[in-house]
Design a protein around this ligand. Structure first.
Ligand code: KIV
Length: 277
């Protein structure tokens, strides 16, 4: 057994226990090096379908496929050893009926080795959540702003502005919780609604743009590390990766053009005994 495989990976039980305790730390990752960097600090790593927008340049998550989620899920699993890894089910892979949801979720789990899947769960999805959980698939729900519904909503809009919308989000949360999800992402809701949801459900809530009134927080890592010039209101930037990459590429280009790179230190030469140095 390798040293790496002896690390105990977090499980649904660890996440469930965190309800009302120390906040759960969750971030997105789509590749092995990023997963490895965040693994010591994260309780949960989410292979979000945001990969479609962040990595593949899509306008929304609607175009994300099973193959994309599986490929990125496999990469993240190679980088993470202690955090629990959850892979998003893409739009169209779970809505038809609970059997389709189970088959696609099982495929994601078998082919990536992840510990759980996440679905954007309108009230209708409760049946699929229950069906999957009963058959051995831990499910993380996602309520409030559901990015896969962007075409119905006409944009990415925070939820809970009207009494009807508020009631709908609460009903979604309750239905997913009663159906057995082990945790729930709450996205894009005001703090009083986040508070009400967190108090209503028995599972931990993990907020994104949903105030501190949740049992944990998740951000899209690329937003948090400063990869993009536009920062949504709910994001705090902890780095300037975009600036750092820009500066590095600019300096490299200048060195290449001025023939400063490569220099003697970066150049192989044949020594007198015929060996390469
Ligand atoms: O796809 C994603 O990254 C997500 C987070 C925004 C929670 O669902």
């Amino acid at each position: 057994m390798s040293a790496q495989s002896q690390v105990r990976r977090k499980t649904v039980k660890d996440i469930a226990k965190a309800k009302g305790g120390t906040p759960i730390v969750c971030l997105t990752a789509y590749d092995a090096p990023m997963a490895k960097l965040m693994d010591p600090f994260a309780d949960l790593i989410l292979v979000g379908d945001s990969v479609g927008m962040v990595v593949h340049g899509l306008d929304s998550t609607v175009g994300v496929t099973m193959e994309m989620m599986i490929l990125h899920g496999q990469a993240v699993m190679r980088g993470a050893s202690q955090a629990m890894v959850v892979v998003d089910m893409p739009f169209g892979s779970y809505e038809t009926n609970p059997d389709v949801a189970f088959l696609n979720a099982a495929r994601i789990m078998k082919e990536t080795g992840c510990q759980a899947i996440k679905i954007e769960s309108g009230e209708y999805a409760a049946e699929a959540v229950e069906h999957m959980v009963e058959r051995g698939i831990p499910v993380m729900a996602h309520v409030g702003l559901r990015p896969q519904a962007v075409n119905v909503d006409g944009g990415f809009r925070a939820k809970g502005r009207s009494a009807i919308e508020r009631k709908r989000v609460l009903a979604e949360a309750k239905a997913a919780d009663e159906a057995g999800c082990f945790a729930m992402v709450v996205e894009g809701v005001a703090e009083d609604l986040a508070d009400e949801i967190t108090k209503l459900v028995s599972c931990p809530t993990i907020g994104i743009g949903a105030s501190a009134n949740c049992d944990g927080q998740v951000l899209v890592t690329d937003d948090m590390i400063g990869m993009f010039d536009w920062v949504p209101k709910f994001v705090r930037r902890y780095g300037d990766v975009r600036g750092e990459i820009g500066r590095a590429v600019e300096a490299y280009a200048a060195d290449v053009k001025a023939r400063r790179f490569p220099g003697p230190d970066e150049t192989y030469s044949l020594s007198t005994n015929g060996k390469t140095k």
